[in-house]
Design a protein around this ligand. Structure first.
Ligand SMILES: O=C(O)[C@H](O)COP(=O)(O)O
Ligand SMILES: [Mn+2]
Ligand SMILES: [Mn+2]
Length: 510
């Protein structure tokens, strides 16, 4: 049976170009500056539009930059999904968070037993992993319940916000603690250490020992630690404040993780809990939102239901898909597209491309794109495969370095990979849908809180290009002037010859 027979519409390829946003040409627009003849030609010749990938359109607070998790979840769900940051904010605004029974029980137990509360999280307003405003609510709750000691373990950012801004956020943390009437910064560490997600345990363990055992370079002030960093805010060395050398976790203490996003904090959370248990201490932990940890950490705010998306529809229709990405984005084309569901369904094959990682992607903007492309071309040639879903990571991952010329190169490598995939699609009679998951590389500078313009590798609120290359020349019709990521799954189903799922609010664009 050929793929054409298996799917009444026709087989296809959904290609997510990570971090491929659209903005007017400008001196900091790496997407526009790059030589991308293939993408330019596809956009010109075939039905194309711009899709909203940030804010309310995807389930974030208005004006919030998109991110890979919500981007891929909405691409898969075919509807905006209230994201964890939005749900946490709603719980704060309604007063529910402060009254949360789990939180109240923990704080009351600490007050009664004279235990300390440790608050650990990323301190910035990048709104991708955490929001320092959420810390303020936890401090207020601890003050209201008269917790005798509250230690703040600051993780510095420099990735979701412009580098060189950590000091401003430290000042903010101190002001929030003063306003709440409780909380003292105990330690400071860059997210490069504390939020590793690639299994580099030697990095994670520095954060474990800092938070659990108060082991780090001694500094007089948090700001001193930030200024001593030779590699920017992301790599602030593990530092303990001189007046907090007793801030390690004591038996019976409490710990609340205040990142709302799991992927980059779960490795630390698991490792720290293992270490505390191995050293015969008990710590009572909660997380702001639900984490994908090995350990069962009760969450203060539950996740939105993301079922009824593309994966469920494909399974019901018996549509066979292959998911392909390199390690950096593998979970995005599997777990997140499938609605944060780690089941590998019988109609799915997951291909994770591994290759040499890079401590610094500026030196390897090509990443492992050749192998990813090989795998897409190979899967596209297989008649038994109805749908290939792949992610090309370069534009986003290299964009995060904040290095403009490396990011231009990443866009050019991506263009060459797309050329091969277009040919493979044509040879196998497949349609091809290209879409970004959020903006990044089309804006490589940002105004810092002090008013200066700085290099910026983070995400944006810009829309993303969406292009449909039909399987047969001339088969395309114009797309609506504007779309959203929620329209991707209905459009994919339509191209495959199916109706949108009943849980989907997005529409087929063709
Ligand atoms: O975790 C990261 O690398 C960034 O903070 C967010 O990027 P992502 O949403 O593309 O993963
Ligand atoms: Mn992304
Ligand atoms: Mn990113």
């Amino acid at each position: 049976m050929t793929a054409q027979d298996a799917a009444p519409g026709g087989p296809g390829i959904l290609l997510v170009l990570d971090g491929w946003g659209h903005a007017q040409p400008g001196a900091d627009n790496a997407v526009d500056a790059a030589r991308t003849p293939v993408l330019d030609e596809l956009t010109r010749r075939h039905p194309s539009t711009l899709a909203d990938a940030s804010g309310e359109a995807v389930g974030l607070l208005p004006g919030t930059v998109g991110n890979s998790e919500i981007g891929h979840m909405v691409i898969g769900a075919g509807r905006p999904l209230p994201y964890d940051s939005l749900l946490v904010q709603q719980h704060i605004d309604s007063g529910e968070l402060r009254e949360n029974p789990r939180l109240v029980a923990l704080l009351d137990a600490l007050a009664a037993g004279v235990g300390a509360l440790h608050l650990v999280g990323l301190c910035s307003d990048g709104q991708i992993h955490a929001n320092v405003g959420h810390l303020s609510e936890l401090l207020a709750a601890a003050a209201a319940r008269r917790v005798p000691r509250v230690w703040i373990h600051v993780i510095t950012d420099g990735r979701d916000v412009a580098d060189g801004t950590a000091d401003t956020y430290l000042t903010q943390v101190t002001a929030l603690a003063a306003a709440a009437g409780t909380g003292q910064i105990a330690s400071v560490i860059g997210r490069g250490y504390a939020m590793d997600k690639a299994g580099n345990l030697e990095l994670t363990d520095k954060a474990v020992h800092l938070v659990a055992d108060a082991v780090g370079a001694e500094v007089n002030t948090a700001s001193e630690a930030v200024h001593a960093s030779e590699r920017g805010d992301e790599w602030v060395a593990p530092s303990i404040l001189r007046d907090a050398t007793a801030a390690g976790i004591a038996d019976g203490d409490g710990l609340v993780w205040f990142n709302f996003r799991s992927d980059r904090i779960q490795q630390l959370a698991d490792r720290l809990l293992d270490h505390v248990a191995a050293t015969a201490r008990t710590v009572h932990t909660l997380s702001l939102a639900q984490y994908d940890t090995r350990a069962d950490i009760p969450a203060l705010v539950q996740r939105a239901d993301a079922s009824g998306g593309l994966a469920d529809e494909l399974t019901a229709a018996g549509v066979r898909s292959v998911r392909i990405a390199e390690a950096e984005k593998f979970e995005h084309v599997t777990y997140y597209v499938n609605g944060r569901d780690s089941t590998v369904r019988s109609v799915e094959e997951h291909i994770r491309i591994t290759g040499p990682g890079a401590p610094d992607y500026r030196a390897r903007p090509e990443m492992n794109l050749d192998q990813v492309t090989d795998a897409v071309v190979e899967a596209a040639a297989r008649p038994g495969v109805d749908l290939v879903i792949a992610n090309l990571a370069n534009i986003d991952v290299v964009g995060h370095t904040g290095d403009y010329s490396a990011t231009v190169k990443a866009c050019e490598h991506t263009d060459a990979a797309v050329a091969r995939i277009v040919t493979a699609a044509a040879q196998s009679g497949r349609w091809l849908l290209l879409v970004g998951d959020h903006g990044n590389a089309e804006k490589m500078t940002k105004q810092a809180p002090d008013g200066t313009t700085r290099p910026y590798g983070g995400h944006t609120t810009h829309p993303v290009p969406l292009v449909v290359v039909p399987s047969h020349e001339g088969a395309g019709t114009a797309l609506p002037e504007r779309a959203t990521l929620a329209d991707v799954a209905p459009t994919v189903l339509h191209l495959l010859g199916h109706k949108p799922g009943s849980a989907m609010t997005g529409r087929p664009l063709l």
